[in-house]
Design a binder for this molecule. Structure first.
Ligand code: NAD
Ligand code: WQD
Length: 340
């Protein structure tokens, strides 16, 4: 298939572009580069040996989005583009709602006009809210989120469900990611957050490379294996493979819209991840115990059985693989991608 990958210059999108090309699909990327550096495109071309067409504009621009569909016929859309920082979304809710909702509506309207009806969406485990029991199962009905970022995911799931319900031929996979980490095995592409990382793995890898002094563990009094928060970390290459599986499943899908958890099904604590990262680096890393971070849950992990049964996909890479690949990327690119 020829696939429009929105946000294809970002962390998960870039890995998925490679997975799609590797599986024999063609890609067209659209990215505003609000949270990505152009240098990633050259790396994708180097790794794939292919030219990757990239359109640099903001999808909230409905006219440009429509013009893109007119110029580049595609069979499907994988929609990664969006703003994703939880804390920033609390501080700037209007910006998050505007960007994430409007870009999706612009895409949906262009798809309706141009007869494109296959859609794979980047949702998140955050839609399970604070009341769902772990392991999270897709049929939990009370979708909710404690922050505006997460609310955009809940709303977009609703929008896509409603659009698919009244448009024959539409097939939508809502992929609820758990905690994506790791990097391409080559060490050439990986996660490159701007500013101080919000998430554990990129923070840890910046401590290891000497860009941050020490990790602060956000609370050690949770009811978990060692008191620190447990999360379902999933290797970004497994996640990318999950997108290819979902895309190829759409035409066989019984439902017009179907949610799938993409996780491993296993929780790993902050200290367990720290120690795995120390094994990858080959030395101890400095850390301190700090207070809980407001809004954090004790534990979040998937029941991944639906994706295994229906998509024939499951995550295969271990926590040690995730740390080794993150470290290869971070140590080879201590300051992330070059500017320009
Ligand atoms: P990312 O920021 O690296 O990638 C998103 C890309 O979208 C960036 O390259 C950015 O420049 C682009 N973008 C943002 N708004 C745009 C717009 N209006 N028009 C065009 N391009 C735009 O993030 P990521 O980690 O690769 O996440 C990809 C998707 O997966 C996001 O939708 C995110 O919410 C979702 N997700 C991420 C995680 C995670 O922990 N990384 C977890 C669950 C879900
Ligand atoms: C993991 C664990 C922290 C940093 C977030 C979003 C979620 C999803 C993925 C997009 C927690 C602890 C962290 C640090 C720490 N994104 N931690 N010290 O919060 O599970 O999920 O990213 O959809 O919506 O909320 O991920 O990596 O921030 O935290 O101790 O410096 O690490 O308390 O237990 P989280 P995270």
């Amino acid at each position: 298939m020829r696939v429009l990958v929105t946000g294809g210059a970002g962390y998960i999108g870039s890995h998925t572009v490679l997975a799609l090309l590797g599986a024999g699909h063609d890609v067209v990327v659209v990215d505003s580069f609000v949270n990505a550096k152009p240098a990633v495109v050259g790396r994708l071309e180097e790794l794939s040996g292919r030219t990757v067409p990239v359109h640099a504009f903001d999808l909230t621009d409905t006219a440009r989005t429509d013009a893109l569909f007119a110029a580049e016929p595609v069979d499907a859309v994988i929609h990664f583009a969006g703003l994703k920082a939880v804390g920033e979304s609390v501080a700037k809710p209007a910006e998050y709602y505007r960007n994430n909702i409007d870009s999706t509506l612009s895409l949906v309207e262009a798809m309706l006009r141009h007869g494109v009806s296959r859609f794979v969406f980047s949702s998140s485990a955050t839609v399970y809210g604070e009341k769902a029991p772990v392991p999270y199962q897709e049929d939990w009905e009370h979708l909710d989120s404690s922050n505006p970022y997460g609310q955009t995911k809940v709303m977009i799931e609703r929008i896509l469900t409603d659009v698919a319900a009244v448009n024959d031929g539409w097939k939508v996979a809502l992929l609820r990611y758990f905690n994506p980490v790791g990097a391409h095995a080559s060490g050439r592409i990986g996660e490159d957050p701007s500013g101080i990382p919000n998430n554990l793995m990129p923070y840890l890898s910046q401590v290891a490379v000497g860009r941050r002094e020490r990790l602060t563990v956000f609370g050690d009094d949770y009811p978990t294996v060692d008191g620190t928060g447990e999360r379902d970390y999933i290797h970004v290459e497994d996640l990318a493979a999950g997108h290819v599986a979902a895309l190829e499943h759409l035409d066989r899908m019984e439902h017009r819209t179907r949610a799938f958890n993409l996780g491993t099904g296993t929780g790993t604590s902050v200290l367990q991840l720290l120690h795995a990262f120390e094994r990858a680096v080959g030395r101890e890393l400095p850390y301190e115990i700090g207070p809980r971070r407001p809004g954090d849950l004790p534990a979040s992990y998937a029941d991944p059985s639906r994706a295994e049964k229906e998509l024939g996909w499951r995550a295969t890479r271990t926590i040690d693989d995730m740390c080794a690949d993150t470290w290869r990327w971070q140590s080879q690119n201590p300051d992330g991608y070059p500017e320009g």
